[in-house]
Design a protein around this ligand. Sequence first.
Ligand SMILES: [Zn+2]
Length: 369
Amino acid sequence: MIAQFFGCCRFVYNLFLAYHKDVYASEKRNVSQYECMRMITQLRRDKDCLWLSTCDSMALQESVKDLDRAYRSFFDGRGGYPRFHKRHASSQSYRTRNQKGCIRIDGSHIVLPKLGPVKARISRLPEGRILNATVSRTASGKYFVSLCCEEELVPKPNGGGSVGIDLGIKDLCVLSNGDVIPNPKHLSKYEKKLRREQRSLSRMIEANISHRDSLGRPVWKKPLSECSNIQKQRIQIARIHEKICNCRTDALHKLSAKLVNENQVIALESLNVKGMVKNHHLAKAIADASWSRFVTMLEYKGFEHGCDILKVSTFFPSSQICSSCGYQNPKVKDLAVRRWVCPQCGEVHDRDINAAVNVLSKALAMQQP
Ligand SMILES: [Zn+2]
């Protein structure tokens, strides 16, 4: 049933996206989400769309809201034009609202609209009022429900310190006080395993090609969806990806919690999104992706602790400047230079710690009126 609901929500999203496009092309006007919501009610009564009536109606309304949000962020210039959702996307989800307690925890079950009690492993009991639930399926086929709850914000204290952070590739990050936070244990083991399994997958796919057509496209011996070994291998790879992601997320949660607990001021470099997209190197791409997650964590946890999260422009040459005298040494541009001596004051610098110190002092200088 959950898989059906994913399908229904995607259908509604895609249907109204197409409707938006049509109406705009013919009448040059935008469709409001209320118009779409009224149409859903009609659709659910339509004989051709009876399967929609078995779906959770609030979930359908939420996908209309998602589309509306996608359009608004497009008009505000925050996002691209909304796209159709793919049927075979690796991860799927739908969201539904809590109305009159239709979403609740009942012992070892979670009660969801239209689904009733679903057996679940409850990781943590919700606090406050449940607003909505997002049901999702990961690429490896695991199902999750996350609850969004509302509760009174109780300000938490912090240690009043200040710290600068430099993102690393080899290490997770380096702090201005000289602390080096290493990558979580076993991470490189999983990355090695991932590469191996990916090679194995591409061999399997290669073996399934009977020949190539005139345009060089592969013609399969057997459709890929029917190759059970290839599908199994895909799930195996998805599991390793999830494992790596979970290891990192765990480490980032621990680190961000520690930082907001100890510091009033947290300075970091803003994320270079364009560079991120261009980068295809595995380790770097993963590090970049976790950086944006880390910033999000710092921001919401910092908000609870009343911290100042300061961002320094990516164009600020944090690693080239001597943190003692301010001399700019262009030779340090080369990433291979790990340690350098300042030609002006003779101070010996560790590349990353020096960068973290510079990020902090730059942020503090920006904070002064
Ligand atoms: Zn110097």
